[in-house]
Ligand binder design. Structure first.
Ligand code: BJW
Ligand code: ZN
Length: 228
């Protein structure tokens, strides 16, 4: 069975109605990134950071996975697929993917600042919420700038052995995800990018498929299914 590594970014969830980070209607337009996505910002103004993530968490219940999420889940029937997402939403899982690495964390989880306990959390989080294990303060379980992404050991192992690297809906602005394509290619993978436009990392790919992921990804998966 072919090994396929799928890296996704905000562009796969944009057609479901979740804003991207760096588009003209991107989330960062309302908030300066360093105000909400760094540990320093959380220390300086926790209630703003709580509000930002509370709004996004409650927004999750109003959106649905789209045809691209479902096509990736379908691909796992004909190949050995690893899905690594930079997204903090749960649309891959709701689209049928069985195991997903959320390298930048998950909106539906919070983490204790004292003991590290991670708890499923579907309601608003405030500074008065306490850890069920040690009563410590809780923060969104999100990887902020300057923090180490999750799952890097597994990611590196899968990048080394994949035959095909698919990169779907990411601008390639953020390290280390923007390095994965070069790493996979150095270890022998063929790499394809799916995006509306060319990105900072497009030159690293063997093929770039331009268009809306809800069309390009299902179409590519349908064609691939007969070849894999
Ligand atoms: C469509 C579409 C449609 C839309 N169809 N396409 C200087 C130089 C280099 C690196 C650094 C530096 N200074 C600091 C760093 C490191 C830093 C970094 O990269 N900073 C850069 C901004 C410069 N990175 C880190 O700090 C990371 N940690 C780290 O490096 O640790 C050290 C270490 C690593 C590894 C080993 C050892 C040590 C942590 C990064 C954490 C990122 N966190 C965020 C926010 C938190 C999550 C949240 O709140 O949701 O994660 S930032 C934000 O960007 C979010 C995203 O996951 C991430 C990537 O964004 P993405 O997904 O690419 O979205 P967009 O909006 O940028 O792009 C969307 C794309 O979709 C566009 O291209 C559209 O065209 C496309 N699109 N609709 C097809 N329908
Ligand atoms: Zn705790």
């Amino acid at each position: 069975m072919k090994r396929i590594f799928v890296l996704t970014g905000a562009g796969i969830s944009a057609p479901s109605g979740i804003q991207t980070f760096r588009g003209s209607d991107g989330l960062w337009n309302g908030y300066r990134v360093e105000e909400v996505a760094t540990p320093e910002a959380f220390d300086a103004n926790p209630s703003m950071v709580y509000d930002f993530y509370n709004a996004r968490r409650s927004g999750l219940f109003e959106v649905q996975p789209n045809a691209a999420h479902r096509a990736i889940a379908r691909l796992a029937k004909s190949a050995d697929v690893t899905v690594v997402t930079q997204n903090v939403d749960d649309l891959h899982e709701r689209g049928g993917a069985s195991s997903v690495v959320h390298m930048h964390g998950e909106l539906r989880k919070v983490r204790c600042l004292d003991c590290g306990e991670v708890v499923l959390w579907d309601t608003d989080l405030t500074s008065s919420d306490c850890c069920p294990r040690c009563q410590g303060r809780m923060r969104p379980d999100i990887v902020w700038f300057g923090e180490i992404p999750y799952g890097l050991d597994q990611i590196e192992a899968e990048l080394r052995r994949c035959d095909l690297f698919l990169c779907i809906g990411t601008s390639g602005n953020v390290y280390p995800a923007n390095d994965f394509v070069s790493f996979a290619k150095r270890h022998g993978a063929y790499a394809i990018e799916f995006n509306l436009e060319s990105t900072m990392i497009s030159d690293s790919f063997d093929e770039c498929v331009t268009g809306d992921v809800v069309e390009t990804v299902p179409e590519w998966v349908s064609q691939a299914e007969s070849r894999l």
